[in-house]
Design a protein around this ligand. Structure first.
Ligand SMILES: *Cc1c(COP(=O)(O)O)cnc(C)c1O
Length: 221
């Protein structure tokens, strides 16, 4: 696979769903990939990436941005509250707003900076106990809390349970976003991004299908 093929499949899926070309943002998930693979994708002209670990991203992207110019980097991994400040300086979007303490911290940072990354609330659509995310039944209350804090939420994100068909989870997330007037939907990975696009994904997070398998163990932090 690789970037060219995935880009082509994204265009085909947009067309099949009757959606405008370019309505889906392809986030190339570069976590724990060797730097030469990331550089190759940058050299091919791609400018939207995803990372899971603040520390890893902080070590990688300032240098790559100095070399390649503006690159949008999206935080798609769990965010510790004590790393929120570093995260808002580094990332253009955070897909994993999942609890009041983090929302409060981000709201305070947004106030003092006068700007805020694009924010997605992560929803635990499969109600998996080990997984992060707001439970579907708690979403309305959480979004109301964010409004009270003046924290702008742009969309919803989900990671469906691994062993299940992702399609009902995509449909559920799309319905919840529509109920709440949210226009951005972060859903779909290497194995299911076409189904996600059919269900209205605006942001897909594709790692291994672009870069190849991740051979390196994830780093903490
Ligand atoms: C790693 C990761 C991805 C990319 O997964 P692939 O299967 O390699 O496409 C997408 N979303 C999240 C939240 C991830 O952690």
């Amino acid at each position: 696979m690789g970037l060219a093929e995935i880009t082509q499949r994204v265009r085909a899926a947009e067309q099949a769903a009757g959606r405008a070309e370019g309505s889906v943002t392809l986030i190339a998930v570069s976590k724990v990939q060797p730097l030469d693979r990331v550089v190759a994708v940058l050299e091919a002209g791609h400018r939207v990436f995803g990372e899971n670990y603040v520390q890893e991203a902080a070590g990688k992207w300032p240098g790559l941005r100095a070399r390649f110019g503006p690159v949008a980097v999206h935080m798609i991994g769990p965010l510790q509250t004590n790393k929120a400040r570093l995260a808002v300086d580094l990332f253009d979007a955070v897909h994993t707003v999942d609890r009041p303490s983090l929302a409060q911290k981000l709201a305070a940072l947004a106030q003092s900076r006068g700007a805020c990354p694009k924010l997605f609330v992560q929803v635990n659509t499969g109600k998996e106990p080990q997984k992060a995310g707001v439970l579907p039944g708690d979403l309305a209350g959480f979004l109301a809390d964010c409004r009270t804090m003046d924290l702008p939420i742009n969309g919803l994100m989900c990671i469906p349970p691994e062993a299940e068909d992702a399609t009902p989870h995509f449909a559920m997330l799309a319905a919840m976003a529509s109920d709440h007037g949210l226009t951005s939907l972060s859903m779909g990975m290497s194995s299911d991004f076409e189904a996600a696009i059919a269900h209205g994904a605006t942001h897909i997070r594709v790692g291994s299908a672009i870069f190849g398998a991740r051979n390196y163990p994830p780093r903490a932090g």
